[in-house]
Design a protein around this ligand. Structure first.
Ligand SMILES: [Zn+2]
Length: 145
């Protein structure tokens, strides 16, 4: 019944996983707060984030970093909300095994980050885009396999 083998992460198996993931992705609250609110350990949270959340989390961080150095605040807010939506779609699509939808969501997130990069060109953001390209190639490989 379980799709993943040997999945013992208390966050992955948590009934409110998507809410926890969202808190981790958007960094809207601290580990300690998430830990207390959902009754999970801080260690489990950081392990889950490091090993189980997609690397898009890092991309979201890069987007925030770009936001910090750009004065076009309204536009960056818009991009940020687009990126969060793409991430939410990705999460849902992956959870239900819809790789094609997940792939589309990754592409949307990539576009958002590329736009961030245009607004605040940094080498770091370019790296994030490259990571996303790799992720897309992996997914496409999966689909062809
Ligand atoms: Zn996990």
């Amino acid at each position: 019944m379980a799709k993943a083998v040997g999945r013992k992460c208390s966050i992955c198996n948590h009934p409110q996983r998507s809410e926890i993931d969202k808190a981790l992705v958007t960094r809207s609250t601290s580990y300690r707060n998430v830990s207390e609110r959902y009754g999970v350990s801080v260690g489990a949270l950081s392990r889950h984030k490091a090993n189980h959340l997609p690397r898009l989390v890092e991309a979201a961080k890069a987007c925030e970093a770009a936001q910090a150095v750009t004065s076009g605040v309204a536009l960056m807010d818009e991009l940020d909300s687009l990126l969060n939506r793409a991430l939410a779609i990705l999460e849902a699509a992956e959870g239900s095994g819809q790789l094609k939808v997940a792939l589309q969501a990754i592409r949307e997130a990539r576009e958002c980050i590329k736009t961030c990069a245009d607004l605040a060109v940094t080498a770091e953001l370019e790296e994030r885009v490259e990571e996303l390209e790799e992720l897309i190639e992996q997914r496409e490989g999966l689909r062809r396999a």
